[in-house]
Design a protein around this ligand. Sequence first.
Ligand code: COA
Length: 180
Amino acid sequence: MAPPTQSDLAIRALTASDVHTIRSLHSSTLPVHYPPAFFTQLLVLPSRACLIAVPRSKPNIPIAFISAALHKSSVPSLPVPKALDSPRPRIEILTLGVLPAYQHMGIARRLVAAVVEKLCGPLSAGIVAHANVSTVNSTAIKFYQSIGLCVSSDVIPNLYRTCSYGHRDAYLVAGRLDDL
Ligand SMILES: CC(C)(COP(=O)(O)OP(=O)(O)OC[C@H]1O[C@@H](n2cnc3c(N)ncnc32)[C@H](O)[C@@H]1OP(=O)(O)O)[C@@H](O)C(=O)NCCC(=O)NCCS
């Protein structure tokens, strides 16, 4: 059978009936435990969004996901890179994962573009985005760099307290999404 291609997939918003499956997909692709309340707030808060990628032939079987939050004021008590030290709205990527069989097809990049458009509208080029990434997750670090984000030199110790395996320290990655 031919390997799947981008055009075999559709991207759509998470619905309540996807929550059980998408929670399992988070558990199988990420080492952090996300409680049911995390998914409920993605469904109900207008400043949050979760998009899933599904094969057109199996629209109830997600193979990738992204969740994100739109923040309208300036940031956190984190070591803040210049890109985040601004009153402009910014997107925080909360979770992102693609099943291994579907990686390296541009799906994560497409999901980032889609979630930015959903939260910020079509004229969102140049929006600032940020995420936390485990210091040992070189694949994700390379992915974020490929979409224009820079890795902060500071390590956030023990960020992933509920991490079920792997390393708990994280980097902040941040920058402008100019060319998705
Ligand atoms: C990180 C992850 C989401 C990337 O998803 P993906 O759909 O494979 O990424 P894309 O195909 O959109 O990649 C876009 C670019 O990112 C970079 N990239 C992605 N994976 C890479 C890898 N393993 N090595 C080097 N560069 C990589 C490349 O520059 C790639 O562009 P190219 O294909 O033109 O070379 C995926 O590997 C994943 O789900 N990993 C497990 C979960 C995870 O770590 N999530 C992030 C938590 S912070």
